[in-house]
Design a protein around this ligand. Structure first.
Ligand code: GRF
Length: 217
């Protein structure tokens, strides 16, 4: 028999190894961990959590869930314009060593660059707290996004899960969830409402990617 053929029980047991990259609190990571534990993450299995910031509470969440967690920090002793590529290459080495197949950026604030984008082309997703292509791009993160949305007088906002390409927040959109903007909204209140939707979107995004790539249950 062809040793590459995957049939029957072996096919249904095959899990897709996922790395989740984080920088902060990690509530989106938590949504993924909870979904996996509840059997709601399709074939995906979180194999590794990487933070680019020490003290990110997301690292604690990973540990509590029994997932391997790593800190891979930007190297501030090298020139600024080389730092992004250096960080990306060290992350690439870590995910390759762990046999990671898909990468989820869940509140990851560094920008990936170079070979990792080629190696994992079409297999990295990001969640962004606006309805892209609106209110995305360099510098558009955190409160700034919601401030800009309110200043623009938008009636709706939301979140987007998209495939990561060479640009910032520019890759093909996998899915979006919308929320209304209320007259009394502040950047904080809007951020909170969107955050709840993100926790659904990030799980759905991983399932969508796994399905699109042909991993079946
Ligand atoms: C989210 O709003 C996400 O869209 C953005 O960073 C935030 C991360 O939140 N990119 P958390 O750390 O998952 O709670």
């Amino acid at each position: 028999m062809n040793k590459n053929a995957v049939t029957g029980a072996a096919a249904t047991e095959k899990k897709v190894s996922v790395a989740v990259l984080v920088s902060g609190n990690g509530t989106n990571l938590q949504a993924l961990l909870d979904a996996e534990r509840a059997g709601r993450l399709a074939q995906a299995s979180i194999k590794l959590v990487i933070s680019d910031r020490p003290g990110a509470y997301a690292l604690e969440r990973a540990k509590q869930a029994g997932k391997p967690a790593m800190l891979i920090e930007p190297n501030r002793s090298i020139p600024r314009d080389e730092r992004r590529l250096d960080l990306s290459n060290r992350i690439l080495a870590a995910v390759q060593n762990t046999g990671v197949e898909l990468i989820v950026l869940a509140g990851f604030l560094s920008i990936l660059q170079g070979p990792i984008l080629e190696y994992y082309r079409g297999r990295i997703i990001n969640i962004h707290p606006s309805l892209l292509p609106k209110f995305g791009g360099p510098g558009m993160y955190g409160e700034r996004v919601h401030q800009a949305v309110l200043e623009a007088g938008e009636m709706v906002s939301g979140c987007t899960v998209h495939i990561v390409d060479q640009g910032t927040d520019t890759g093909p959109i996998l899915l979006q969830r919308t929320v209304p903007i209320l007259p009394q909204d502040t950047p904080d209140s809007l951020a909170n409402r969107i955050h709840s939707e993100e926790h659904i979107a990030i799980v759905d995004g991983v399932i969508e990617l796994v399905t699109r790539l042909g991993y079946t249950t």
